[in-house]
Design a protein around this ligand. Structure first.
Ligand SMILES: O=P(O)(O)O[C@H]1O[C@H](CO)[C@@H](O)[C@H]1O
Ligand SMILES: O=c1cc[nH]c(=O)[nH]1
Length: 231
């Protein structure tokens, strides 16, 4: 047990899938894992461990935003020995050729700042995905998939439309709230990380999926994450 994870030693797999939403963790565990067992529900952040095609996998919610993800990923890596960490999240699209339900593979994650920023002082660190996971996830895609840079925001309700304009102009595919810190922590501890994101809304058009779709409609990215981890 740690401050924020109730699992006993040995109950967390080396491969962890990380949705922001704890109910997405439950849905994905029930749908994709054999023998899924609830191993932590501290603060309602559900975590399940089971197997996929014989491989041990944990699916652990992270909550919303980099500070929350940072707590869980630090403990998963430092206390439980997680080695492969794949975020399965939602994002808002920033480019006109990206549609609702498309998948975005985050090659890099720009940010204004992250919980790790203070250790870099004046340096603008560039958090990047694990190349092996990225290429394997891309090969496993069965529908529209986009690969490129994303923006990890500290806020959901952003008051800077000019920032979205600049991000779009510089080819940024989508916005979400966790990946920059995930990639930075993975680099620090020499672990593999990737963010696979399903487009839940479009920043340019204002279209959005209903929240039930966000919770359960994301099979393609979970399948891509599992195939990337084990092929
Ligand atoms: O669907 P998840 O994984 O939570 O990801 C996105 O959704 C939340 C905002 O609604 C933020 O956590 C953002 O990154
Ligand atoms: O952070 C996020 C996640 C999904 N959609 C957004 O617009 N922002």
């Amino acid at each position: 047990m740690t401050f924020h994870i109730g699992a006993k030693p040995g109950e967390i797999a080396e491969t962890c899938l990380l949705p922001g939403d704890p109910y997405r963790a439950r849905w994905a565990a029930e749908r994709f894992l054999d023998g899924a067992t609830l191993v932590s529900e501290t603060r309602g952040m559900l975590a399940y461990t089971g197997t996929w095609q014989g491989h041990p996998v944990t699916i652990h919610g992270t909550g919303m935003g980099m500070p929350s993800l940072s707590i869980y990923v630090n403990e998963l890596i430092r206390d439980y020995g997680a080695k492969t960490l794949i975020r399965v999240g939602s994002c808002g699209a920033l480019q006109p050729d990206i549609a609702l339900r498309d998948v975005v593979l985050a090659q890099s994650a720009s940010t204004i700042g992250s919980p790790s920023s203070s250790i870099f002082r004046e340096m603008r660190y560039a958090p990047v995905a694990d190349f092996g996971l990225l290429t394997k996830a891309h090969a496993a895609a069965t529908g529209p998939v986009h690969v490129g840079g994303i923006f990890t925001s500290y806020t959901f309700y952003d008051e800077r439309p000019d920032l979205n304009d600049q991000l779009q102009r510089h080819g940024c595919l989508a916005v979400e709230m966790e990946t920059a810190e995930l990639y930075t922590l993975a680099a620090r501890y020499q672990r593999r990380a990737l963010s696979i994101l399903t487009v839940s809304d479009h920043i340019l058009t204002g279209e959005a999926l209903p929240s039930a779709d966000r919770e359960t409609g994301f099979s393609a990215m979970v399948e891509m994450a599992l195939r990337a981890a084990f092929t």
